[in-house]
Design a protein around this ligand. Sequence first.
Ligand SMILES: Cc1cc2nc3c(=O)[nH]c(=O)nc-3n(C[C@H](O)[C@H](O)[C@H](O)COP(=O)(O)OP(=O)(O)OC[C@H]3O[C@@H](n4cnc5c(N)ncnc54)[C@H](O)[C@@H]3O)c2cc1C
Length: 375
Amino acid sequence: MNSSVGLDNMPNTTVRKSSNRHLELPEHLKTYKGVWVFLEHDQGQVHSVSWELLGEAYKLADKLGSEVAIVALGGPEEPLEQFATEAFGFGANKAYVIHDPVLRGYRNEPFTKGLTDLVSKYRPEILLLGATTMGRDLAGSVATTLSTGLTADCTSLSIDSTSRALAATRPTFGGSLLCTIMTLACRPQMATVRPRVMAMPPVQTGRCGQIIHEQLGMIESDIVTKLLNFITDSKSNQINLPYADVIVSGGKGLKNPENFKLVFNLARVLGGEVGATRPCVQAGWVEAERQVGQTGKTVRPKLYIAAGISGAIQHRVGMESSDVIVAINTDENAPIFDYAHYGIVGDAMQLLPALTQACEDHLAQHKSGHMRVVK
Ligand SMILES: Cc1cc2nc3c(=O)[nH]c(=O)nc-3n(C[C@H](O)[C@H](O)[C@H](O)COP(=O)(O)OP(=O)(O)OC[C@H]3O[C@@H](n4cnc5c(N)ncnc54)[C@H](O)[C@@H]3O)c2cc1C
């Protein structure tokens, strides 16, 4: 059946033509300027993703010829001004700060109000948040309250040269496609970005900026959510792949979960974390939190050892920014050797125990002060 006949026969169907879509920025939104980063903090510590985002915000602002600002919300006693000073060192020019008792500990309602009020008053062009549990929760409610566009869990950001819009790229359909999304007719343009996808920016010494204090205007009885207690998940910090300095990862080349223990042994000796490819996670050899790659975690360790990993593109995108990549694979044509810094063609089941033993001996010598100095 011809589809137009089908639609004509449907009495109350409205067909939205693409020409009805608003692709032009309305006049009143053209005054929006500047790139903002929401500063995430917990128990006196700023989440590293906020600094990573500041580095990216600085690059975007440079292309747009605008400035970078941070937003810090928190309780009266929280050191938000100190965070702002740190942010100036990472490239921010301004800091919008709200202290209020109801902002002590994250809750969606007061944080949404604080952030949306600031956006409505100061009109940033772009607003970035970390794709953490908090960032994702907050970004969704802020975007819907402001009726603007949000691209979640981005892996790269740039400025589109023709429209000057934020081009936010993210994996979609389980990582099988990368799509670039632009918010053309609404402001601010919002995006959340995965931790560790962006590099940590260098600190620029001697930079300072302006701190702007605002009021929240919300009282406890306005808020439905009550924070009774904060109980740390005993497992949550056990696997911290994105921020590990050393990662030993295993792939299907290890053949079975028993052999995979060799990966754990080497990671233990090196004081590192254990990563894995998707097939190992799917086979139930290791926890899903250990998956590295497009549909897993993005990592940037100082050392990444890949044992029995072919190096497929979906794995590569999650680890190629590692400082040093060492690959162990029996197949000398495995794609991983195209981007590993050091490659060993050999059987991981033999090499992993040998490497573990060698590292153990070396570290023991180092500790007992009997290191031979090689000149
Ligand atoms: C939409 C989508 C999303 C995906 N997302 C991810 C993701 O996030 N992360 C991810 O890792 N994958 C992901 N994948 C899967 C990815 O395409 C690859 O299939 C996967 O990375 C391969 O895993 P592997 O290297 O462990 O296994 P294989 O490709 O089977 O490679 C095993 C390797 O081990 C080597 N080997 C065999 N025996 C030995 C031995 N004794 N010693 C040493 N080496 C040996 C082999 O030569 C081979 O190179 C995704 C796929 C799709 C379609």
